[in-house]
Ligand binder design. Structure first.
Ligand code: NDP
Ligand code: GDR
Length: 372
């Protein structure tokens, strides 16, 4: 039975990847951080009690900032595959905590690679690094592919650039099977609530159900190539099953603006909206309620989106568009879920949550809708 170790197993991608590897018959180990409250929501449905003899799903307390902890876990597990998905993954937050972001995202990757080498596992353990389209930052070429030059625009991207190159370096220096997936944005109902797509789908669902009045966003002109996390974790696994380790861009090859994603989400929540105004004065107004069952609390004329400059970033990545030709030709990977289908799935899940919260509120319970 193959053994995999996933850092970041409690995150969006970690949870989908763990499901996939369990289906494929792996023994799956994950590193979770100690927190003062439970932080395993996304993996509770696949949790197996350590008291079960046949358990194939095992969690270890750990942190990417802790070298001895990582070395001990890798030594105990002796993994065939390590997927390094753990990271301080929020670009805007990386401007607030640049040093921590570098420690986790850059040096954390080095710690894992060094632990594999130190333990003499460099010929056994295959290594996947969660690299990112943020490396392209101020884009030098459209669309972006494996050979496009990098120009990071945030402490997050700069840290991920170190992680990218140290992964390449361990492959070239020590013959390790180590590779980078340069993944463009990918989302799902499990996406963290403060990334823009989820903030939007959750926001419009809450507004439709009367839990919030208005959603505040930053740069609505930003263009992103958005895919579904399920399609992307399949590719993470495929990348570790090749004869030779190589780096791949994973993307849909299509891009839309944040504004277009708002329109799409609003429509899924039963609302037609129209944008007016410019810059910080831009607003989205409801022109028609398309489905009053989904959106009983909204009326034509309601302003449901405004701009708040606090969500602008010190340096912005305005446009990202990936070219996944290499992944298609060499691995036969195809993106199966469109941005429209993904948006519909996310809004449906958030509407269900909002309905439950609305019911709780009706019965006097406190409901938190906070999002930053
Ligand atoms: P999430 O933010 O959902 O998950 C991040 C995971 O890392 C969580 O499990 C988190 O734990 C864990 N983590 C954070 N800090 C540490 C630390 N110090 N030590 C150990 N674990 C830590 O990210 P995604 O699942 O969306 O992304 C997975 C990876 O892919 C990340 O590295 C991200 O940077 C990268 N990436 C993501 C893309 C995307 O669009 N989703 C695109 C390209 C790259 P906890 O749950 O306790 O917070
Ligand atoms: P990104 O994702 O920075 O691309 O990083 P995010 O969803 O945070 O932002 C996408 C774009 O939307 C604009 N935006 C806002 N963003 C947030 N979070 N909140 C807002 O209110 C808002 N308004 C507009 C942003 O300025 C940006 O242009 C994600 C992360 O998953 C990274 O870990 C990953 O590496 C990259 O995708 C690829």
């Amino acid at each position: 039975m193959k053994k995999a170790l996933i850092t970041g197993i409690t995150g969006q991608d970690g949870s989908y990847l763990a499901e996939l590897l369990l289906e494929k018959g792996y023994e799956v180990h994950g590193i979770k951080r100690r927190a003062s409250s439970f932080n395993t929501d996304r993996i509770d449905h696949i949790y197996q009690s350590p008291h079960e003899e046949q358990a194939r799903f095992k969690l270890h307390y750990g942190d990417l900032t802790d070298t001895s902890n990582l070395t001990r876990i890798i030594n105990a597990v002796q993994p065939d595959e390590v997927y390094n998905l753990g990271a301080q993954s929020h670009v805007a937050v990386s401007f607030e905590s640049p040093e921590y972001t570098a420690d986790v995202d850059a040096i954390g990757t080095l710690r894992l690679l060094e632990a594999i080498r130190f333990l003499g596992l460099e010929k056994k353990t295959r290594f996947y690094q969660a690299s990112t389209s943020e490396l392209f930052g101020l884009v030098q070429e459209i669309p972006q592919k494996e050979t496009t030059p990098f120009y990071p625009r945030s402490p997050y991207a700069a840290a991920k650039m170190y992680a990218y190159w140290i992964t390449v370096n361990y492959r070239e220096s020590y013959g390790m099977y180590a590779c980078n997936g340069i993944l463009f944005n990918h989302e799902s109902p499990r996406r963290g609530e403060t990334f823009v797509t989820r903030k939007i789908t959750r926001g419009v669902a809450n507004i439709a159900q009367g839990l919030e009045e208005c959603l505040y966003l930053g740069n609505m002109d930003a263009l992103r190539d958005w895919g579904h996390a399920k399609d992307y974790v399949r590719m993470q696994w495929m990348m570790l099953q090749q004869e030779q380790a190589e780096d791949f861009v994973i993307a849909t090859g299509k891009q839309i603006t944040v504004r277009e994603f708002v329109k799409m989400s609003a429509s899924e929540a039963g609302l037609e909206v129209e944008f007016s105004g410019e810059g910080v004065d831009e607003i989205a107004t409801v022109t028609q309620v398309l489905d009053s069952e989904k959106a009983p609390s909204v009326n034509p004329g309601d302003v449901i989106v405004r701009v708040d400059p606090r969500y602008f970033r010190p340096a912005e990545v305005e446009t990202l568009l990936g070219d996944p030709t290499k992944a298609k030709e060499k691995l036969g990977w195809e993106c199966e879920i469109s941005v429209e289908e993904m948006c519909a799935e996310m809004v449906a899940a958030d509407l269900e949550n909002a309905r439950k919260h609305a019911l709780l509120k009706l019965h006097g319970h406190t409901v938190s809708v906070a999002v930053e």
